[in-house]
Design a protein around this ligand. Structure first.
Ligand code: 9WN
Length: 415
C-alpha cells in the first residue's frame, strides 16, 4: 500500500481529540468548521462511523439561530489566540461568534452515499438546512443571492489581498489586548501581519458589543463583503442538500432549497467579469467590485455549469496563473504587487482549494487541467509532507505540519 496513505491516516489519528480532529497540534487546538468538513470527506473513504462523529461533534456547537461557528472550543487550551474569553459568545459549549465556508453539506452527501445510513444522516441534514437558512437570512437579508462575510476569518482565506481595501477601513484600535500565539509556532513571515490581527480583533469587539445578534451586527458591520467563493460553496452544498431532501422524500424542503439555489446561481453568474476572466466579490460598504486577483474568482466553477466560452476563458486564465509554478494553484495571481509566495493566503497553494477547483474543473468537463492540478497537489505532498500549504514557486511545504485537511485531501486525491 502507498505509504503516504498510511501516513495521512496516522495524522488523522494523531490529531483526534475525541471524535473531532484538530487542524494541527498546538497551532490550532480546537475544532474548526470547514477543516472538519474536509476531514469528514477523507474519513468517508474508509471509516464512515468516524466521519459521522466529526460532523456530529461540530454540530454540538450550532447556535439556536442556525449558525455553525467557525471554532468549537471543546476543551481549554492556551496555545491559541483568540480563545473563548475574547469571543464572549455565552454559548453552552464555548464557540467563536462567526462562521466559515459551508462545506458541511457537501461532506454530508458524500458520507451518506458511502454509508447509506439514513438514521445517522437525517439529524445532520436538519442541522445543515438550518445553517443554510441562516446564511440566506442573516447574511443576505436583502435577498440578492450572494451571501456576505462580516469578518475575513469567515472566508477561511484570512489575509487574502481580496480584503485589503475593505479591511483598511477597519480601525486598528482594540478593547481586547492582542496577544498572538500563532507566531510562536510558525515563522511570522508566513502569517498575517500584526496590523491585520488588530483589525480582526477590532471586528470581534464590535460584534461582541452587538451581543452576537445577527441583525445588529449587519447594521454595525464595518466590514461587509458579498463573496463569490462562499456563495459558490453554499450553492454546491445546496445542490447536495437538495439531493438528500429529495431522497428522503422531504419535498417542501427540496422546493425551499431549490429556490435558494436558483437565486444564488443567478447572482453568481452576474459577478462574471469578462475583462478579468473571473468572477468578482462585492464590497457592500463601498458598493465596489473587489478586483484583487485571487483564486476565489475561479471557485464558482464548483457550482456552475459554465457555457463553453466562459469555461474556456476561465481555464485559459487559470493556466496563465499556473505557468511557471512548481505547485499550482496560487491563491493570488503570481507576481502582482500583493503576491507573497509564503505568506498564508497571499499566494501559496493549498491542497483543499485545489480539491475544490478539481471538482469544479471536472464538473465543467476540463479533465486535463483537473488531472494536472491533482498530480501537482499529490506530488507536492509526497515530496514535502502534509504541510498546511505550499510555496507555489519553490514547492516548499509551509505553515503548520502534520495538517489534517492536507491529509484528507491526499486521501481523496491520491486514490
Ligand atoms: C482563524 C484552521 C484555520 C483554517 C483557516 C485558516 C486558519 C485561523 C487562524 O486556520 O485560520 O480561523 O487563526 O489563522 O486561514 O482557513 O480553517 O486550519
Amino acid at each position: 500500500m502507498n505509504m503516504h496513505i498510511n501516513e495521512a491516516k496516522r495524522i488523522l489519528v494523531t490529531n483526534d481529540r475525541g471524535g473531532y480532529t484538530v487542524p494541527t497540534d498546538r497551532l490550532y487546538p480546537f475544532q474548526w468548521n470547514w477543516d472538519s468538513a474536509f476531514v469528514a470527506m477523507g474519513f468517508a473513504l474508509y471509516d464512515t462511523d468516524r466521519a459521522y462523529r466529526e460532523l456530529e461533534r461540530l454540530v454540538e456547537g450550532q447556535w439556536a439561530d442556525g449558525m455553525i461557528p467557525h471554532i468549537v472550543f471543546h476543551q481549554p487550551s492556551d496555545s491559541y489566540f483568540p480563545g473563548p474569553n475574547v469571543w464572549r459568545t455565552r454559548h453552552s459549549i464555548p464557540t467563536s461568534g462567526i462562521t466559515q465556508p459551508p462545506v458541511f453539506a457537501i461532506a454530508l452527501r458524500k458520507l451518506h452515499e458511502a454509508s447509506g445510513d439514513r438514521t445517522r444522516t437525517l439529524p445532520l441534514y436538519e442541522a445543515a438546512l438550518k445553517w443554510h437558512r441562516w446564511w440566506y437570512s442573516a447574511r443576505d437579508p436583502e435577498g440578492t443571492g450572494l451571501v456576505a462575510l462580516l469578518h475575513p476569518w469567515e472566508s477561511g482565506s484570512d489575509n487574502s489581498p481580496a480584503w485589503d481595501v475593505a479591511l483598511a477601513r477597519v480601525p486598528t484600535t482594540t478593547d481586547t489586548p492582542v496577544v498572538r500565539k500563532d507566531t510562536s509556532h510558525v515563522n511570522a513571515d508566513m502569517r498575517p501581519r500584526n496590523e491585520d490581527y488588530q483589525r480582526f480583533i477590532h471586528l470581534v469587539d464590535v460584534y461582541a458589543a452587538c451581543e452576537w445578534n445577527w441583525a445588529k451586527q449587519w447594521e454595525k458591520a464595518p466590514f461587509k463583503v458579498a463573496e463569490v467563493q462562499t456563495t459558490a460553496i453554499l450553492l454546491k452544498a445546496g445542490e447536495d442538500l437538495r439531493a438528500l431532501a429529495q431522497e428522503f422524500g422531504l419535498l417542501d424542503d427540496a422546493a425551499e432549497i431549490v429556490a435558494f439555489n436558483e437565486k444564488s446561481r443567478r447572482a453568481l453568474l452576474a459577478q462574471w467579469r469578462p475583462a478579468f476572466s473571473r468572477f468578482v466579490s462585492r464590497d457592500l460598504v463601498s458598493g465596489q467590485d473587489i478586483e484583487a486577483p485571487t483564486h476565489a474568482g475561479f471557485l464558482p466553477l464548483l457550482a456552475l455549469d459554465l457555457s463553453a466560452d466562459l469555461a474556456d476563458a476561465v481555464v485559459a486564465e487559470m493556466q496563465r496563473w499556473s505557468d511557471g509554478m512548481k505547485v499550482a494553484f496560487p491563491t493570488t495571481k503570481p507576481y502582482v504587487d500583493s503576491f507573497e509566495a509564503k505568506r498564508y493566503w497571499r499566494g501559496p497553494s493549498w491542497a483543499i482549494i485545489n480539491w475544490l477547483l478539481i471538482e469544479g474543473l471536472t464538473r465543467n468537463s476540463r479533465a486535463d487541467m483537473a488531472e494536472a492540478l491533482r498530480l501537482s497537489t499529490v506530488r507536492a505532498i509526497e515530496t514535502e509532507g502534509f504541510a498546511e500549504y505550499f510555496d507555489p514557486i519553490t514547492g516548499e511545504g509551509c505553515g503548520g505540519l502534520g495538517f489534517s485537511w492536507t491529509a484528507a485531501a491526499y486521501l481523496s486525491l491520491a486514490a
